[in-house]
Design a protein around this ligand. Structure first.
Ligand SMILES: N[C@@H](CCC(=O)N[C@@H](CS)C(=O)NCC(=O)O)C(=O)O
Length: 419
């Protein structure tokens, strides 16, 4: 966590502040997230079970690296020397940015090649093996299901219980998705992870409506909104904003996850790096959601973002242009989550009329039902029931079989000694 130095946060945030016009708290929060993200890349990644290696999304870490090279200027230097110093650093940053752009192009090319490979198989859709490893109520799974529904692709459901069963931590799943998250898409042996990569892959590999605009300006805009969505702190908000019983339950599940990871790390030392990275990730999440000031900043960030979307929708029907695109698709799940975690008023017609109208149109799309699925009461009972029962049963047994006789015994003893 050494890289999370305050100067690094401040410099990066300053860059966002200037370059993206973000508010200072929003830029600070974004930069914090980037730096945190940088720390959490599992390395090295294991080989996949399939023939093609999994494709991993560009994660913005490169951008963070470039910003990280900026060092504060030494005030004591002579002006000419300082200028030389600044010029040298600017060259260094430009060079790094070129490297990052090149790397992004390579990743883009890998995605294209994989999509082409799948398309070239020319199998008819009925004979393709399309398996989605997902969890019904996870936002990221919702996004991929939306994409599959928009493209009219049928898929095989592999539900991964990310609840107390922690199936996403199992070694078999770690081979598919070393970040131990859902969703993962498998198409005829090609494994794709990371939501943004998956939805792009789905768009390129299957027929149906094109979900990326062909007009260069609209495409650029779609990419910008996709990137904004990708770095939006929705998990932090989901955990940090919960209240009452839900809050208690979420903290409990976080604790259970850490316990499970530690156990698995002992049992599978070969996956130690992966489990350690996940533990660190959960630790950072715990720190973030416990930091009231940071959470307040994130709420400000939500409002700023909705204002920005409102403004964008002044000029066009959909987020990136006059056609529905992947940008709208990805934000659909975020809006649904915001609505669910207490931002309904911000999404109302009174506060953001264009956003409200856009959200209504997104909900009316046929893909909504399949994409934004929540857990039915039966599923909740099946997924969480056994673990909750086990925990409470143990607590109940301890209370009645151990504590109660102990208290009775002690009371009797004290009463005796008093007489
Ligand atoms: N950057 C990843 C994020 C995936 C992610 O965070 N998935 C969440 C559900 S939305 C998850 O699996 N959480 C379970 C966990 O972290 O233990 C992606 O784009 O696929």
């Amino acid at each position: 966590m050494a890289a999370l130095a305050p100067w690094s946060l401040a410099v990066g945030a300053g860059m966002d502040f200037l370059r993206e016009g973000l508010s200072a708290p929003a830029a600070m929060a974004l930069q914090f997230r980037r730096l945190v993200h940088l720390q959490l890349q599992p390395d090295p990644e294991p080989e996949t079970g399939g023939s093609t290696p999994p494709l991993h999304a560009k994660d913005g870490s490169g951008e963070g690296e470039a910003e990280g090279t900026m060092v504060e200027v030494n005030e004591g230097e002579a002006p000419a020397e300082r200028e030389r110093d600044i010029a040298e650093r600017e060259r260094d940053i430009a060079e790094r940015e070129r490297d990052i752009a090149e790397r992004d192009t390579v990743e883009e090319a890998a995605l294209d090649a994989a999509a082409e490979e799948v398309a070239e198989l020319e199998l008819d859709a009925d004979h393709r093996q399309i398996r989605l490893h997902h969890f019904p109520s996870s936002l990221c799974s919702q996004q991929v299901r939306l994409a599959l529904a928009e493209k009219g692709v049928a898929w095989e459901d592999v539900t991964v219980n990310t609840g107390p069963a922690h199936e996403h931590f199992e070694p078999e799943y770690a081979k598919l998705n070393p970040k131990l998250v859902v969703p993962t898409l498998e198409v005829d042996g090609t494994v794709v992870t990371e939501v943004v990569d998956i939805v792009n892959f789905v768009d390129r590999s299957f027929g149906g409506p094109e979900l990326m605009p062909s007009d260069p300006e609209a495409r650029e805009e779609a990419l910008r909104w996709i990137e904004r969505q990708d770095s939006f702190p929705i998990s932090e908000l989901t955990y940090g904003r919960s209240k009452g019983l839900t809050r208690w339950f979420q903290r409990w599940t976080l604790k259970q996850r850490r316990k499970r990871l530690r156990k698995l790390m002992k049992k599978h030392p070969e996956l130690r790096e992966i489990y350690l990275a996940k533990l660190e990730h959960l630790e950072v999440l715990r720190g973030t959601i416990g930091d009231r000031a940071l959470m307040d900043q994130l709420v400000v960030e939500v409002e700023d973002m909705l204002d920005e979307i409102e403004e964008a929708l002044e000029e066009r029907e959909w987020l990136a242009g006059d056609e529905y695109s992947l940008a709208d698709l990805l934000w659909t799940a975020v809006l649904a989550r915001l609505d669910h975690i207490g931002f309904s008023r911000s999404l109302s017609e009174r506060r953001h009329p264009r956003v409200a109208d856009w959200y209504q149109r997104l909900r009316e799309r046929p893909s909504w039902g399949e994409g934004i699925r929540r857990l039915s009461p039966l599923e909740v009972a099946r997924i969480y029931g056994p673990a909750v029962l086990k925990t409470f049963l143990i607590a109940w047994v301890i209370k009645w079989a151990v504590l109660t006789p102990l208290i009775y015994g002690l009371t009797a003893l004290l009463n005796c000694s008093g007489s």
